[in-house]
Design a protein around this ligand. Structure first.
Ligand code: NAD
Length: 294
């Protein structure tokens, strides 16, 4: 058996197109142009590439980008000053501070100072709490993208056994909350979990968000299961070049799973598309307009 490859690029392109249609509609009907501020501190190469693609996607979706690139020596108070200005700027509906931040800045302090209504990353404790309480919330983009990919395969996730490996605030925990909201039966595994292979073998839906290259082996996966690989790991490739692999050993897993996301081209493109969805939602909520169902 060879698994169906879940095309995150195509799904993300559809989502981005749907956001662009809605953005055009609310601009024409209400004169509202959603604005996203992206703040980068320092010169981390991967972060620079991420913020570049986010800004391009914002423009393509008919929204307004506000890009800020601050020097690596920026103090926490300087960054908080900018966050305060963006919180008060009516043209800015979403604020994203690219992580990781330089070591002199406490990321948690920065995140808690973003207006929760503009927290399009969904990392503010208020949004995390609302998500955990089953209330409408701006939810983190990567987990939302994972849910959309799983639903593209299954339609409904109700009653399915889901195993989430990883318990970070950015991926694992919010993903588990979203899965509960979809009525899946959820198990969260982490670095102290015993018998990870035994847990994986029970999963109809297996989500890997670990940060260890090709850690999940094909033999652990339940035949026919859906595997969503969040991991992005750079490893040495042929000819001295590096390549990106996921947390799942794709070559083994593709022979066992029913459906699987590739890396790259799976979850990654969905993250940016879901950021656009959150920006649109945030803009509508701030303007008192109905939130489009995308
Ligand atoms: P993290 O380091 O914050 O968390 C990793 C989690 O994995 C931890 O909860 C830890 O308990 C668990 N873990 C570590 N070793 C383990 C082991 N041996 N067995 C079981 N669990 C183990 O990482 P994160 O921010 O959640 O990111 C996870 C991965 O997802 C990384 O590769 C990251 O690059 C990637 N990521 C991708 C996207 C995307 O857009 N595709 C977005 C965010 C993160």
């Amino acid at each position: 058996m060879t698994a169906r490859i879940i095309d995150g690029k195509a799904t993300a392109a559809d989502l981005r197109a749907a956001v662009a249609v809605e953005a055009r509609r609310i601009a024409a009907a209400h004169g509202l142009v959603p604005g996203l501020a992206v703040v980068l501190v320092g010169d981390n190469a991967a972060s620079k590439a991420y913020v570049g693609s986010k800004s391009r996607a914002v423009v393509e979706a008919g929204m307004r980008p506000f890009d800020f690139h601050l020097p690596v020596a920026t103090s926490a108070n300087e960054l908080l000053g900018l966050i305060g200005e963006l919180n008060n700027d009516a043209a800015v509906h979403g604020i994203l501070v690219q992580l990781p931040l330089p070591s002199q800045i406490d990321a948690a302090r920065i995140i808690t100072n973003i207006d929760p209504a503009k927290d399009v990353d969904g990392f503010h404790p208020l949004n995390a709490g609302r998500l955990a309480s089953g209330l409408p919330a701006l939810a983190p983009c990567t987990p939302v993208g994972c849910i959309k990919l799983a639903k593209a395969v299954h339609g409904s996730l109700s009653g399915l056994d889901a195993v989430v490996i990883g318990r970070s605030n950015i991926v694992g925990k919010p993903l588990a909350q979203l899965l509960l909201g979809e009525n899946a039966t959820v198990t969260i595994a982490h670095s102290r979990t015993r018998d990870l292979a035994g847990l994986c073998a029970r999963a109809d839906l297996l989500f890997a968000a670990i940060g260890r290259p090709e850690f999940i082996r094909g033999g652990w996966i339940r035949p026919g299961a859906t595997v969503i690989d969040v991991g992005i790991n750079r490893v040495a490739g042929d000819g001295g070049k590096s390549r990106i692999v996921g947390d799942v050993c794709f070559a083994e897993a593709v022979a066992v799973a029913g459906a699987i996301t590739p890396v790259p081209g799976g979850v990654g493109p969905m993250t940016i598309a879901c950021l656009l969805v959150n920006t649109l939602r945030a803009a509508c909520m701030q303007a008192g307009l109905p939130v489009p169902e995308i």
